[in-house]
Design a binder for this molecule. Structure first.
Ligand SMILES: [Zn+2]
Length: 704
């Protein structure tokens, strides 16, 4: 049976092989056993039940609470040639009957169904009469009363086992924590199921957490540098902020749509739909957005507010890069976030125990922000996963933060809080440290205390960063019952007494926090025309089919087409994600498009992107000076780019330099006799008295 599964993987889904964890899971279900699968989003969860559902006799019943997603999931499967359907409240009576008829006639491989519908006597009886391949219980964490996605009807799913004891069940979730896992097992009676826990690492996501001023502007810089045309999500805490940021992004020239619980269902649906179907769209949302979004090509998730917990951060950032291609999780945070969130949890009506839990979760999140070591390994450790010490793909690994000895500054701040009787908030304390004489300070007589004006060596902004870190690491706490007054904690005693020194992280300069261009999807400059053409073709096909573009082909598939540039249908069928159905349906159209954009010999190379950008402009007939102007580079740099192509034998030096044979020979002679051992051209340059710049000389040298 596994052989059949492999065949289906290739012919229907267009993948060469299973990932190791997928194969084990598929095997288990094919054997008719139960399984519990914990796999991060983007880990290929759905294949784990889709393939066994196709291979095993009968229909695979997939239980999912995400009604909005079912249509797209079923459309995608139908495009692959799988007999799939769904049953939920969005169908009218006739449509539902049609699906039921197919079920009776054994014409379905996969049936998606909402839990409340599945548990009706009518549907259960229908299933009694059908051959069942398996039950897949997706989003299985919905069974957990403790989670925020709790659905009571999920707890009733345990009856499936009683009614259909011989049908294998597989429960799947992307939630990692242990408590939820135990609840799934007990609630769904999966005590005999094998448990598969995949690594929760998402190596393609680059984590960056930035602090400092003007988060809005920093968001814009981040978008401009990394995601000028990409789709992504921006999370904000409040509805008001969502509206404001969406509007602002639109004014800046991006298409950005708001999403929050205060909008009408119609507007929300419409905005979500546009986000899924159109390209390059930004959705600005509260955390109300996300559950049930399965868009694989979200290239960034940006947080303008601090998530409430590490789990929430992981879950929200996890919506980026589900297709496995590079994606960014970027966050801006500051003092105000810390204060607002503290207020939230202290003012909530929740029971004391619950408040304490929330408080601890927030502490862990703050810890992640102020961390000076690898973010990814801290994130994974939070989920009990041991990982390498540094991942090389987070801001702290790429740009290790600097520390400074903040003992003295902390002592100033802490004693200032003490001397004002722990009755004042951050702004007031900072004013005293800076020696600002305002009416309130004078009235309180605080211009006479010893800490008045002792902190003038730091600016307001610097003090706010220091205060934030003191709060974040728990030396100060905020008393909400007293309007945000700062209070000393037990922890600050050794620092105040000078028994312990304190290291704080320096705020990074903005230039350093920018993610490198490596995180962009690397389309080579010479591939860009074809890339745009393939995307346009995909979009027009998607519009015709009424599906999101990624249902036609994922970005990863288009990337492989760029790299391989298939000519025949056989070559096309080797591309990842091109199965039999899609080959038949779209193969010719994409082959034609690829043929329309042949790669010139000059550009068929492995040289760097910047060199190829120059070569592409050269190919289009631009001369050296205009290429320099267009790219804002020195002419000598452009010549140096050419020299690399000359060295590879892609260009002839005479095509580039207007030089007579005579002169050429003279320069060659000089190079051969005059360069020093390291091949430096300085002596030649000097001997020629600057007649040729270094770039030109490099071209000639490369031609030898
Ligand atoms: Zn790292």
């Amino acid at each position: 049976m596994l052989q059949r599964a492999n065949h289906i993987l290739k012919s229907i889904f267009g993948f060469e092989q299973f990932r190791p964890s997928q194969e084990n899971i598929v095997n288990e279900i094919l054997d008719g056993k139960d399984a519990l699968v914990l796999m991060p989003t983007g880990g290929g969860k759905s294949l784990c039940y889709q393939i066994p559902a196709i291979v095993r006799e009968g229909v695979g019943v997939v239980v999912s609470p995400l009604i909005a997603l079912m249509q797209d999931q079923v459309d995608a499967l139908k495009l692959l040639g799988v007999n799939a359907a769904f049953l939920n409240s969005s169908l009218d009576a006739n449509e539902a009957r049609e699906v039921e008829q197919k079920l009776r006639n054994n014409q379905l491989d996969i049936l998606y169904i909402a839990p409340e519908r599945l548990l009706t006597e009518r549907v259960l009886r229908l299933l009694d009469e059908s051959t069942l391949a398996l039950f897949a219980i997706d989003e299985a964490h919905c069974v957990s009363q403790w989670g925020h996605d709790f659905r009571p009807e999920y707890q009733r799913l345990k009856h499936l086992h009683e009614r259909f004891p011989n049908v294998p069940r597989v429960a799947l979730t992307a939630t990692a924590d242990k408590r939820t896992r135990e609840e799934i097992i007990s609630q769904l009676q999966l005590h005999d199921a094998s448990i598969f826990i995949d690594s929760f690492d998402r190596p393609n996501i680059r984590y960056t957490i930035t602090d400092g001023n003007n988060p809005k502007q920093r968001l814009w810089n981040f978008l401009q540098t990394n995601h000028a045309n990409d789709a992504g999500i921006v999370y904000c805490l409040s509805r008001k902020k969502v509206e404001a940021i969406a509007e602002w992004l639109c004014q800046q020239g991006r298409v950005a749509l708001p999403y929050h619980a205060g909008l009408s269902a119609h507007v929300r649906q419409n905005n979500q739909r546009r986000f899924l179907r159109e390209e390059g769209m930004i959705i600005v949302a509260t955390i109300a957005f996300g559950m049930g979004i399965d868009k694989p090509d979200v290239r960034f998730v940006a947080h303008l507010s601090l998530p409430k917990s590490v789990e929430a951060y992981y879950q929200e950032t996890g919506r980026a890069g589900r297709d496995g291609l590079a994606a960014n999780a970027w966050m801006a945070y500051g003092l105000q976030d810390v204060i607002t969130l503290r207020q939230f949890s202290q003012n909530s009506n929740a029971a004391e125990v619950h408040k304490q839990v929330e408080h601890n979760k927030l502490e862990a999140m703050l810890g992640l922000c102020e961390l000076i070591t690898c973010r990814r390994s801290a994130l994974l450790e939070y989920f009990d996963e041991i990982s390498d010490l540094s991942c090389g793909n987070c801001d702290n690994c790429l740009n290790p933060p600097q520390n400074w000895d903040a003992t003295k500054a902390a002592q100033m701040a802490l004693s200032c809080v003490y001397r004002t009787e722990q009755r004042f908030g951050v702004n007031y304390i900072v004013d005293i440290l800076l020696g600002k004489k305002d009416e309130r300070i004078t009235r309180n007589g605080h211009e006479r205390i010893s800490t008045f004006g002792i902190g003038k060596e730091f600016s307001v902004a610097q003090w706010r960063v220091i205060m934030r870190q003191l709060i974040a690491i728990g030396l100060l706490e905020i008393d909400m019952e007293r309007h945000g007054a700062l209070r000393l904690t037990e922890k600050c005693r050794p620092v105040l007494k000078g028994e312990q020194s304190l290291q704080l992280r320096k705020t990074r300069k903005e230039a350093q926090t920018g993610t490198s261009s490596k995180s962009k999807l690397s389309v080579r400059p010479q591939d860009e025309p074809l890339w745009e053409a393939l995307r346009a073709l995909r979009l027009s096909l998607a519009e015709k089919a009424g599906t999101p573009p990624y249902v036609i082909f994922h970005d990863a598939t288009l990337h492989e087409m760029l790299r391989v540039r298939p000519v025949t249908k056989a070559q096309m069928s080797e591309i990842m994600g091109v199965g039999v159905q899609k080959l038949a349906r779209y193969g010719d159209m994409f082959l034609e498009e690829i043929a329309r954009y042949p790669l010139p010999e000059l550009l068929d190379n492995n040289l760097s992107d910047t060199v190829n950008e120059t070569l592409t402009l050269h190919q289009q007939g631009n001369d050296v000076e205009s290429i320099g102007r267009m790219r804002g580079l020195k002419v000598s740099t452009i010549y140096t780019h050419f020299s690399e192509a000359i060295e590879m034998g892609l260009l002839d030096v005479k095509q580039i330099l207007d030089i007579s044979e005579q002169e050429y020979k003279e320069v060659i002679f000089l190079i051969e006799t005059n360069t020093d051992n390291e091949g430096r051209l300085k002596p030649v340059f000097e001997a020629l008295e600057g007649e040729y710049d270094y770039g030109q000389l490099r071209c000639i040298q490369a031609s030898i």
